[in-house]
Design a protein around this ligand. Structure first.
Ligand code: 5GP
Ligand code: ZN
Length: 114
């Protein structure tokens, strides 16, 4: 845990959030500023600032983030179309530097994203 990290504090329940999934590796919670009817952030408990800090030892964890997102999408009947996104670095719009997979669904998406 990084004592100064917002999402580590959410994982530790020191900051309240609407947690929708958790296990020993991963926690997922509703985004405070949803950009779609479903907007969940799926995070590793391990503090990694972004994908740039992930190494081979994190391979299973990175994969599991996606499988949890797919499970949540199934539970929410989003199979018509949903999006999973990692923003990596400020140039890609990352604002919280604890790795998180955005799961967005429940509306039509355009491509390319902004
Ligand atoms: P990023 O811009 O880093 O890809 O995504 C960060 C996300 O975290 C944003 O969508 C933002 O709305 C969300 N967020 C920021 N602070 C909080 C918070 O305190 N609680 C929750 N639930 N979401 C947050
Ligand atoms: Zn963290």
């Amino acid at each position: 845990m990084d004592a100064n990290c917002l999402f580590c504090k959410i994982a530790a329940k020191k900051i309240p959030s609407k947690i929708v999934y958790e296990d020993s590796d991963i926690f997922a919670f509703e985004d405070i500023s949803p950009q779609a009817p479903t907007h969940v952030l799926v995070c590793p408990r391990k503090h990694l600032a972004s994908l740039n800090e992930a190494t081979a030892e994190d391979q299973a964890l990175i994969g599991k983030l996606h499988l949890v997102a797919a499970q949540l999408a199934r539970e929410r009947n989003l199979l018509e179309g949903y999006r999973t996104v990692f923003n990596n670095g400020p140039g890609a719009g990352q604002s919280v530097f604890h790795l998180h997979l955005h799961l967005l669904g429940g509306r039509q998406f355009r491509w390319p994203p902004g």
